[in-house]
Design a protein around this ligand. Structure first.
Ligand code: CA
Length: 418
């Protein structure tokens, strides 16, 4: 019982409650659908305020069939959405942005016709869509079915959302942010110097779902002149209960980052490639999960000063190189060092030696490393810090990984590792 995930019961309740509560809310997408069906039932036009705000309406002025700047046209449609919320519809076509699109303090859903069908081309430095709510942790924000392509300039996030710091029980609220069927990249393919600093950034979000995404820069990382904070998806602030699934990030410094106090972040079936870190959690809260993911990066998964993380059934390949790691956990105090589960992962170094499979460093306890496979590493599994205690390390296989060092501190079990 020492190794049971102590919070799993509580989290299941929270997630179940979130699912139940999300159904009637679903912010603006459900609202628009409701309005449309109400319309077809013959209800008076006075009630259609929340029907989609089509950016190509002449009253707004965007045009997806010409090369003129569409920033103001789309912004006009955003501005026309009432404070009660609505859907901004961007039909198939190519739209040019010379500045960011901004939404402040109203629920809004952006809908295109599909990634690579509705294309937003960003010229110049800065963000793409910026949503800010300072009034409610549950104010809805959705983006679906469109591409964000940077044509020149660097920096900025393609999609950015920010909410006030959530209070107690915020996790019982509705699904706040939904982002899916989005493609984030740069054009043209052969040019060095055009990329986003981040694909998607969510700050203080409660209950978000990000899925069916493709974030792929055209120039291989490292990008000249770009800071090492480039991230495909960046979850920060005190975010809670975010599900990131079924997508891929490549040619960024990091694939997915979770930081600050963010907790209960579920990362599933996500592929990362051609960068420095696949998945990086640091100074984050408890209860995050990385499962069924794939990284082909210099480092696979890095966890710093973060507790209660499950890392399971991942495939971590890489040209790891000296001092690189498939999985590394490093904690600077007991406050963050408990209850890791590292199970069923397959790790393989493409350029053998001088690199590591699983490394546990610093203050860390009450954890399980079981049924993992490493190959081609100089060191398969390494627990060396006397402050790493009460680990069970069992049934792991280190193929062509000549060194396995399992010492650790008090209460460490080393059973059937080869
Ligand atoms: Ca245009």
């Amino acid at each position: 019982m020492f190794f049971r995930p102590r919070r799993s019961g509580a989290r299941s309740v929270v997630r179940a409650a979130a699912l139940i509560l999300s159904a009637p809310v679903l912010s603006t997408i459900a609202l628009s659908t409701l309005v449309l069906s109400t319309l077809s039932a013959g209800v008076a036009h006075a009630q259609v305020a929340s029907a989609p705000f089509n950016v190509t309406n002449p009253a707004y002025g965007a045009n997806g069939n010409d090369t003129a700047d569409d920033t103001q046209g789309i912004q006009n449609a955003i501005n026309a959405v009432p404070s009660s919320g609505g859907e901004v519809y961007i039909p198939a076509g190519t739209y040019y942005l010379s500045g960011p699109l901004t939404v402040s303090n109203k629920p809004i859903a952006f809908r295109g016709e599909g990634a690579r069908v509705t294309n937003l081309i960003r010229r110049g430095a800065g963000d793409g869509i910026v949503f800010t709510s300072s009034s409610s942790v549950n104010q809805g924000f959705a983006v679906r079915s469109m591409s964000f392509l940077r044509e020149d300039g660097g920096g900025g996030a393609a999609i950015s959302g920010s909410w006030p710091t959530p209070g107690a029980y915020a996790s019982l609220g509705p699904v706040t942010a939904t982002i899916h069927d989005v493609h984030i990249s740069a054009i043209p393919w052969d040019y060095n110097g055009r990329f986003w600093r981040a694909g998607i950034v969510l700050h203080n979000v409660t209950n978000a779902k990000i899925y069916a995404f493709n974030i792929h820069m055209t120039q291989s990382w490292p990008h000249a002149g770009q800071p090492d904070i480039e991230t495909g998806i960046d979850i920060k602030g005190a975010s809670i209960n975010v599900q990131i699934s079924d997508g891929d990030v490549s040619r960024m410094h990091r694939g997915v980052t979770v930081r600050d106090q963010s907790e209960a972040i579920f990362i599933k079936d996500v592929e990362t490639g051609e960068g420095e870190y696949g998945f990086h959690l640091w100074n984050a809260g408890r209860g995050s999960v990385i499962s069924g993911c794939h990284a082909n990066m210099a480092n696979g998964i890095r966890v710093e000063n973060t507790s209660d993380v499950t890392i399971s059934n991942n495939l971590l390949f890489g040209n790891f190189g000296a001092e690189k790691n498939a999985i590394k956990i490093v904690n600077q105090s007991w406050a963050h060092g408990a209850r890791f589960r590292i199970t069923g992962n397959v790790m393989h170094a493409l350029s053998p030696m001088s690199n590591f499979g699983i490394v546990i460093d610093g203050y860390s306890t009450e954890s399980l490393i079981q049924g993992n496979s490493t190959s081609g590493m100089d060191v398969g599994i390494w627990l060396f810090n006397p402050n790493t205690t009460h680990y069970i390390v069992s049934g792991n296989r280190n193929w062509a990984s000549p060194n396995t060092f399992i010492d650790g501190g008090a209460g460490t079990l080393n059973v059937d590792n080869h």
